[in-house]
Design a protein around this ligand. Structure first.
Ligand SMILES: Nc1ncnc2c1ncn2[C@@H]1O[C@H](COP(=O)(O)OP(=O)(O)OP(=O)(O)O)[C@@H](O)[C@H]1O
Length: 300
């Protein structure tokens, strides 16, 4: 998938200001960002559900605005909102969807992968919200897609179902499926993504492998410990050397912890920096964001 300088306006409001990114075959990209950042808009354009205002997009070699049924059959889509409420049973609905695809997965394997074996004969409308969400996921993967879009797929899942879902996604990825995942669960993004892209206010503010995101300052570990003078906290790129020195000087340090910033910590720093940059530019331009300049750490 290739996205170059993608823009989208809703009337006078600009939702996407020129996103560029790529997803290689077999790669999982986590698309992250706060509410209203433009993730769903981006995904809907990639899926061919929404027209773009500008830029170039190629998905499985096709411009989504001109993707036909053959192209759609190569995609799997799990939308953000759960639409499945019908009178069909879980197995009937998944088997029905499987019939739309040339190379579907085995229906019972899919039911097991989303943990709905005990509900296979139940009517979908009798399921809980989290169980219906699992049906959505099953319908998204039953066509054995080359490219799978997952828009907040595990919202409403209990922790065990989320872990099971992660296994399913990893097995799809190992089979060569490319995946675009949006999620507000940063542990999920870190666990599943080869790379993450962070979108804030319609701009791509960072992209890279989850453990390389952000600048070195944001990723520097913290060492905390307590001694007779009270608690201490030091940020250092060589926490092992610091701990060895503390030990040599005073024995076992009390309440010692080495804390590496999580993806969530780095993400929150990036989003806050993007919001500050936007505010500063709005002030500088008297509210006209057409004159936005790129600021440190913020890509446009
Ligand atoms: N159909 C629409 N008409 C007008 N504005 C829209 C429409 N859809 C989205 N927007 C606006 O575009 C911006 C991006 O919305 P989008 O739904 O893409 O964000 P998101 O990152 O997916 O958010 P969330 O995490 O809440 O799902 C928001 O300001 C939103 O209000």
């Amino acid at each position: 998938m290739r996205v170059h300088d993608l823009t989208k306006s809703y009337g006078a409001a600009t939702a996407l200001h020129g996103l560029s990114f790529e997803v290689a075959a077999g790669e999982t990209l986590g698309l992250l960002g706060p509410n209203g950042a433009g993730k769903s808009t981006t995904i809907e354009i990639l899926e061919g559900y929404r027209d773009r205002s500008g830029g170039e997009v190629s998905v499985l070699g096709v411009d989504p605005q001109h993707g036909g049924l053959d192209w759609k059959a190569r995609l799997g889509i799990v939308l953000q909102t759960s639409g499945e409420q019908g009178t069909a049973t879980v197995r009937e609905q998944i088997a029905h969807f499987a019939g739309f695809y040339p190379r579907p997965r085995d229906v019972d394997e899919v039911i097991a992968a989303v943990g709905l074996e005990s509900k296979a004969g139940a009517r979908i409308r009798s399921l809980s919200g989290g169980q219906r969400r699992r049906v959505d996921v099953a319908l998204g993967v039953v066509g054995n897609p080359e490219l799978l879009f997952l828009d907040e797929p595990t919202t409403g899942f209990d922790p065990e179902a989320r872990r099971r879902f992660w296994q399913l996604i990893r097995s799809l990825s190992e089979d060569g499926t490319s995946i675009v995942l949006t999620t507000h669960y940063l542990d999920e993004a870190a666990h599943l993504s080869d790379r993450v892209a962070v979108v804030a206010q319609g701009r791509l503010v960072a992209q890279g492998p989850p453990d390389e995101l952000g600048d070195e300052e944001a990723r520097t570990p913290r060492v905390v410990w307590t001694d007779s003078e009270g608690p201490h906290e030091v940020r250092t790129t060589e926490p092992g050397a610091l701990v060895a020195r503390l030990h040599a000087e005073g024995g076992e340090p009390r309440s010692l912890e080495v804390i590496r910033p999580s993806l969530e910590d780095v993400y929150l720093d990036l989003v806050a920096a993007a919001a500050r940059a936007t505010d500063a530019e709005r002030d500088a331009t008297g509210g006209d964001d057409r004159h936005r300049a790129s600021s440190a750490g913020v890509l446009s």
